[in-house]
Structures are given as C-alpha cells and as structure tokens.
Write a protein that binds this ligand. Structure first.
Ligand code: GLN
Length: 448
C-alpha cells in the first residue's frame, strides 16, 4: 500500500484519482496482514485495487466525475465492491472518468482530463481513463472500470494494459451509476491476464439485486489459463482493415499477429461484416435513449448538487440540471430524449433496436464458425488532449471497433500487444461467444 501511495503522489499530475483513500487503505492492509497470519485471508488478500468513480462504495463519495453529484456519499456498496471486500482486497481510491462514463478520452470529466503516462500530452482514453492510468503507472495493482461501448477496453489499449468487458449479464450492475442499462458492465483493468481472470472470478455471478445477471455458474478462470492445445479458428473483419480511418501501424500489428497465429497452426481468415457502418449510429441512438431516462433522477432534489438560484420546484430541476451537467452529458440527454419522442420513436429508437438485433445475430453467426473475432481496439493510438474535442461525430466514430461487442452483449478483451514508433501503446481486441470468458482468457494468456 505504501508503494502504491508513493506512486500516487509521484504521478498526481496525471489526474488519475478523484479521491485517494490513503489512511483507510493502510488500516485495511494491517487488517489483511493479520488475517494472512491467522490463515483466514480471502483470495484477494493484499491486492490493491482502484475503482472507477461511478461504482458505489458505502460511506465513500461517488461523483461519476460530475458536478451534479457534488457532495454525494454512497449509502450502500455495489455488489462488485462487496465481493472485492469479501475477498480482502484493499480499495485505494476512486478514479477519474468521463462524466457519467460518456466519452472516450476522459476529457468530459468535471475534474479535467487524465494524462497518459506514455505521453503526457495524450489522452488516457476513456471513459475509465483514470482506472487505466492508475494501473499503467503502478498506482494500484488492478482497477475496476465499467464498459458501455468500450470504456474498459479502449483506455486499456491506450495505456498498454489488459481490459476485459464481460458478457452482458455476467457481472452485477447493482450499485453502478447507470449510463445505458442494457449495455453497462463492470470489469477488470489489469497488468496481466491472470489478474483479470482472478478479478472476474471474484466479481462475476448471480446477484439477487440485479435480475439481469445470469444464473450460470462462474467458471474457475484462474484454473484454466494453461496454453491452448487445440487449433483455433479466428476471424478478422475485412471491412475493418480496408477502412482508411485505421492507423497503418495498427493494421500492421493485426497482420503480424494474424501471421503468428497462422504459423502456430490456427486458422485466421477474413470475414465480411457488412453492418460495420451501422454500429456507431445504432449504439449512440440506443445508449443516449437509455441515458436520457437514467439521468432523469438527477434533479437537484434527490442527489448532490442543488442550484442556489432556484426559486421553486420547476426552477430547482432546471437550474440544478443546467448547472450540474456538463456539455456532453446534456448533448446526450437531448439526443436521447429526441429519439424517444412521439414523432420520432419509430424512425430512430425502434429502428435502432431492430438493427441491434441484426448486429447481434450476424456477430453470433460469425462466432458459430469461428472461436474468436480479432479486431483493433481503437482505430488510432492515444490522440492529443484537445484534438477534435469540438467535433462529437469524429469522437463517436472512434468507437467503431468497441461497440460491436457491446451491441451484441458478448465478452471482449483488449490486449496490449505493442507500441507504435512514437512509443504509444497499441491494443488488439478478441471477441467471443457469450459466457465463453474462460476460453477468451485462456487464449489471451497464450497470445500475450
Ligand atoms: N466512448 C463510448 C461512449 O462515449 C463508450 C463509453 C463507455 O463505454 N462508457 O459512449
């Protein structure tokens, strides 16, 4: 704990933490130490973990990196936090993120951007940017993030660490601040596949507080990491590689790994996924619709920030929300409200639901023929802080490779597989069938 606290101090300027639970972590460490000596310690004893600041932890502040939750303290713990604590993990702090997890660069945070340790002029990625940098810079051993459309995987890729988004329904969402409920999943950001396997094993599984979690037993992921024996069939999406928007060094990384896998006897083939151009619009219609509804609760009355300029109930709502939410969050609430509105519901929301089904079916059809889909995590490495910040469409399009798994509800992992010529980390992503995390982790371990 002292070592991590030292690093947190050393890298304070990267802005990865919204709050550090320093004294508390030291006390917890003494506690765990005692348990270890008594032989009663849990599976995560001594593991120092940071949590994204949209995950509730009883008695601790939680802000979703928004002004609107100013001063708010969690009155209960999320299931994921309960499960970490039950296994004697030490929670060292809450990490900066995009406001309400809406973004892919950590720049929408009320508390400012997180800097990438590999190059401090570059973004950390997002929305779980603080979590990724905390792991990258050795400010904790592992972190929890949440992923709605890439928020674990993309910052992991930008920071050179491992990021796993579990199958929708593998991990409880109880106590996560909701962005888009039919997409959100919590998952690990780690230095190794072993740590990702261990954390998933601890946090996954049925929960009476979240009816969308599957009742399926949790596989012993950590016992299943020995090298793959059988030959695997791997698809890469031809449209992804033919697109101009993809950085040439990322294309060549993908080619290098495809070739390596072929040499090991695996089959690596191009497949066509002609719905690729629809994934981003579909994702943004559905997630903004869900967000506009989820964020209705932040009204200046129930939680956190309340405008001092209000004169009655109506103006309390209006002013608290106007002053409390940032620009990107407002944009998404308005977009979501629009696509759900009476005259446009069928044209946008209902249509997007249908296309989501098509994307899911088509993705699952590919995964009937292949064990994994291999695609870049992001079309580019970490970009400069401030770059294209005024153009939301450019930013949204950068999610093209992460939202497919989110729309399909399948698990996906980003693996740090190299650096570009400027020393920026590059990641590739593996996607697989729902609830096949055991095989996904095993193959990841083999590749990494
Ligand atoms: N960048 C995507 C978005 O802004 C993903 C965010 C997330 O997964 N929370 O919606």
């Amino acid at each position: 704990v002292e070592m991590y606290l030292h690093n947190i101090k050393l890298y304070e300027h990267l802005n990865a933490f919204n709050e550090v639970f320093g004294d508390e972590a030291v006390i917890m460490a003494h506690h765990v130490d005692l348990k270890i000596k008594q032989g009663t310690a849990g599976r995560l004893a001594g593991m120092v973990i940071a949590i994204k600041d949209n995950i509730c932890y009883k008695g601790h502040k939680v802000s979703a990196s928004s002004k609107i939750l100013d001063g708010f303290t969690s009155v209960f713990s999320s299931t994921v936090v309960e499960r970490l604590l039950a296994q004697d993990a030490i929670i060292i702090g809450r990490c900066n993120c995009d406001e309400f997890a809406m973004g892919g660069s950590n720049e929408t945070s009320y508390f400012g951007p997180v800097k990438n340790q590999a190059n401090e002029g570059r973004v950390s990625g997002g929305s779980s940017g603080g979590s990724a940098v905390a792991v990258q810079a050795g400010m904790c051993q592992a972190a929890l993030g949440t992923d709605t459309g890439g928020s674990i995987r993309q910052p992991a890729a930008f920071c050179g660490v491992v990021g796993l988004k579990p199958t929708y329904g593998r991990v409880s969402r109880y106590g996560l601040i909701a962005y888009a409920s039919s997409f959100d999943q919590a998952g690990p950001i780690t230095n190794s596949v072993e740590d990702a396997a261990l954390l998933l094993e601890v946090i996954a599984g049925a929960d009476e507080h979240d009816a969308t979690v599957a009742n399926l037993p949790v596989d012993p992921y950590t016992q299943n990491l020995q090298p793959t024996t059988g030959k695997k069939r791997i698809a890469y999406i031809s449209e992804a590689l033919n697109s101009d928007g993809v950085d040439p060094e990322i294309k060549s990384l993908l080619n290098t790994y495809s070739e390596k896998l072929r040499q090991d006897g695996h089959v690596v083939e191009p497949v066509s996924f002609d719905l690729l151009e629809y994934v981003v619009p579909t994702y943004y219609i559905l997630t903004t619709a869900e967000a506009s509804s989820n964020l209705a609760r932040f009204d200046g009355v129930h939680y956190g920030y309340r405008s001092r300029n209000a004169t009655d109930l109506e103006s309390t709502y209006k002013r608290s929300r106007s002053e409390g939410f940032g620009k990107e969050v407002k944009r998404r609430i308005m977009l979501g409200t629009f696509v759900l509105s009476a005259g446009y519901y069928d044209a946008y929301y209902a249509k997007a639901q249908k296309i989501r089904r098509m994307i899911r079916d088509k993705t699952n059809a590919i995964l009937q023929d292949y064990d994994f889909i291999l695609i870049p995590t992001s079309p580019t490495p970490a970009f400069e802080i401030g770059e294209n910040i005024t153009d939301p469409v450019v930013r949204y399009l950068a999610d093209i490779f992460t939202v497919q798994a989110s729309l399909a509800g399948i698990p996906a992992i980003s693996l740090p597989l190299g650096n570009n010529t400027d020393g920026l980390p590059l990641g590739l992503q593996l996607l697989t069938k729902s609830f096949a995390e055991a095989e996904l982790l095993r193959f990841s371990k083999y590749i990494l």
